[in-house]
Design a protein around this ligand. Structure first.
Ligand SMILES: Nc1ncnc2c1ncn2[C@@H]1O[C@H](COP(=O)(O)OP(=O)(O)OP(=O)(O)O)[C@@H](O)[C@H]1O
Length: 646
């Protein structure tokens, strides 16, 4: 890491050169009688990090010993302690846990979870640009953590690729897991109200500092979103957005220049999302991590392989949009109050993606809940052919596997061909004697068995569609293979083009036409055990118990909805939650249009837990003039827990 990558501390205190305080920390030093320092991992602008062993637990940890310049007054020491405690409360799979805090002979230190892996900075340096899908997967984890931390009032203030460790990655684009380092550390050396401390100290890393951070204006969560945006840029482009020979040049560019245009091809929505992260004025950026996460989810939907593409966060398209297939998800420009010439729009609408070449069932679009590129499996008759719940990345949710298609014909034919000569022989044998006749009868039964066999082979494994995956974005694929159902336009009166129970008509979570009638989850539940139903998400066998240990996991929601009325939903609310899975409903964001496909942090009782939410639109604006506007549709939301270890 070059020097200008280091956290920068300006002011008189920065002149202090010794990285640590009076206590000389070196391998062999034991802190608090508990932590034995093993080896230096590296040092940065704010101190030195050591690998250490918790003697009692015989567990490897990391100890960051703060530089004297970072903690220079009794007041800043107290603040350091306070912030370290708050940081210790952030529980998130992407958080590097803060375990302890101490001051030994005037030298403050923080004990953290030891994170092995490779720094994102190194990964980019070595591997160049990351695929948009992979970059979005990383961003989603970071932004999800920011959401949790900002909710506790903690701003990182020094987000950069060197502070993100990639724990594990696989060739699968979305199988990448990260942890963010230094949460709660950067903040403690600064003043709560801003970057300029009472000692006139500026904290941050120039290449990733937001303009308001540079100018000493108040900072908040949007400051972190700016830095995250520059990381996003770096992941996509392979190079740092703001470079310069001097810190002054970098800071000047941060204040005045937009990040260089991406030279790698990315979908428009990714470009627009990136731009929104990197707006110079905080009021032009995403206003909070939740909003940023929703935009990233929309990116993820576009980037998902065609087989599982969906736009779970799509805001209900207007009727005219419903008729125009084959467009990329776009943002509608929306000016923030007081915003100048942002030019960056909010994620307002989603249209169908052309590249997949798979059309979207308008009926699904009109529900404003789940836009899938795969219609319900046509081979599954009856009400149970309701749309499979498709996982919202980064973790797959249950995917209902379609019923085995009647594909045994070819083998049957082949079996018959074989049977003909054998039958001839059998006839001969019958002529020869009773014993031959008996043998021929047995052979006939054998042929029957041979025909039956392929059906077993071809039956899709509902087990392998197990919704629990090990992390972001491992969508279960099987759904896509089946979808060839006609995508007939939704009639304007909101009725289904085909009758319930027919192939192309998924079972209706219907939209009681009854005015004001209260929808219930039951109403929308396909009949269990109905013919053709291959896998109800609630019947999905639990994953192997050893796949996940109890703890904090990310809960990813996949919507399952059925045909509803055509029109626009007003605000919706979460009206119930599964009693088995107590999740704070307040945590569920409220909004208009499509219910959130959000990722909720959740502490499941068991790895195999499933959570069920029910969403109810509070109002409904029918397309057809004069139609009752009290029609409601229930959307069922299935979640599966997944994610990293606690
Ligand atoms: N919790 C941790 N587990 C494992 N390694 C860590 C941990 N925290 C920091 N490190 C490693 O220790 C080294 C020093 O980290 P530190 O944060 O002090 O410096 P930096 O990130 O290089 O610079 P700066 O903090 O000034 O930006 C880095 O290589 C970092 O990856």
């Amino acid at each position: 890491m070059s020097e200008d990558d280091k956290t920068y501390l300006s002011g008189e205190q920065a002149a202090a050169s010794k990285p640590t305080g009076p206590l000389e920390i070196r391998p062999g030093t034991v802190l608090k009688g508990t932590y034995r320092i093993e080896a230096e991992l590296g040092s940065g602008g704010m101190g030195t990090v050591f690998r250490a062993t918790h003697i009692g637990l015989d567990k490897t940890m990391a100890v960051k010993v703060l530089a004297r310049r970072a903690i220079s007054t009794p007041d800043s020491l107290a603040r350091f302690e306070r912030e370290a405690k708050v940081a210790g409360k952030v529980s998130h799979p992407a958080m590097t846990d803060v375990i302890d805090f101490g001051v030994e002979q005037g030298t403050p230190y923080i004990v953290m979870e030891y994170v092995s892996g490779v720094e994102l900075a190194d990964l980019i340096e070595r591997g160049g640009p990351m695929s948009p899908r992979r970059a979005v997967a990383v961003m989603r984890q970071i932004v999800s953590l920011l959401r949790a931390a900002h909710a506790l009032g903690i701003v990182h203030r020094d987000l950069k690729p060197a502070n993100v460790k990639v724990l594990q990655e696989t060739p699968e684009d979305s199988q990448i897991f990260v942890k963010v380092l230094d949460f709660g550390v950067a903040k403690v050396v600064g003043d709560i109200s801003g970057q300029l401390t009472s000692e006139g100290m500026l904290v941050g890393t120039p290449a990733y500092m937001a303009p308001e951070q540079i100018t000493g204006h108040p900072i908040d969560g949007r400051t972190d979103l700016y830095s995250a945006g520059l990381m996003f840029h770096e992941m996509l482009s392979g190079v740092r957005a703001f470079k310069g020979e001097t810190i002054a040049r970098i800071l000047h560019a941060q204040m005045n220049d937009p990040p260089p245009a991406l030279t790698v091809p990315v979908p428009d929505i990714v470009r627009q999302t990136l731009q929104k992260f990197c707006e110079k004025r905080p009021e032009d950026r995403f206003q909070d991590a939740g909003e940023a996460d929703r935009a990233l989810m929309a990116c993820e939907d576009v980037l998902r392989p065609p087989s599982v593409n969906l736009a779970a966060n799509a805001v209900l398209p207007t009727p005219s949009e419903q008729d125009t297939g084959g467009k990329t998800i776009t943002y509608q420009p929306k000016k923030t109050e007081g915003a100048g010439t942002s030019g960056v729009a909010e994620p307002q609408s989603a249209e169908r993606k052309p590249s997949s070449g798979v059309s979207v069932s308008p009926s699904l679009v009109t529900e404003g809940t789940l836009i899938r590129e795969e219609p319900a499996p046509v081979s599954t008759p009856g009400p149970a052919s309701v749309s499979a719940p498709v996982a919202t990345p980064p973790v797959p949710a249950p995917v209902r596997t379609p019923a085995p298609p009647p594909m045994v014909e070819p083998r049957k034919a082949s079996g018959s061909n074989k049977a003909l000569p054998l039958l001839g022989v059998a006839v001969l044998l019958v002529l020869v004697g009773v014993a031959g006749g008996v043998w021929a009868w047995k052979s006939g039964r054998l042929f029957g068995g041979a025909v039956a066999e392929p059906a077993k082979d071809l039956a899709p494994s509902t087990q392998t569609g197990s919704p629990v995956a090990t992390g972001p974005g491992t969508p279960s694929e099987p759904v896509a293979e089946q979808g060839t159902a006609p995508t007939e336009p939704e009639p304007q009166n909101g009725t289904s083009p085909t009758e319930p129970g027919t192939e192309a008509n998924p079972p209706v979570a219907e939209a009681e036409g009854a005015q004001g009638s209260e929808p219930s989850t039951e109403d929308n539940t396909p009949e269990e055990g109905s013919p053709g139903e291959t896998q109800n998400p609630e019947q999905t066998p639990p994953p192997e118990e050893d796949q996940l240990a109890p703890g904090c996991y990310t809960v990813v929601v996949a919507f399952e909805s059925s045909r509803g009325p055509t029109g626009a939903f007003g605000p919706w609310e979460a009206v119930s939650e599964d009693s088995r899975a107590p999740v704070n409903c307040d945590a569920v964001p409220k909004g208009r249009g499509t219910p959130p496909e959000g990722v909720f942090d959740h502490w499941p009782d068991s790895p195999s837990e499933q959570v069920l939410y029910t969403y109810r639109p509070l109002s409904f604006q029918p397309q057809k003039k004069g139609a009752p506007n009290t029609r409601r549709t229930v959307v069922r939301v299935h979640t599966r827990v997944s994610g990293g270890a606690p």
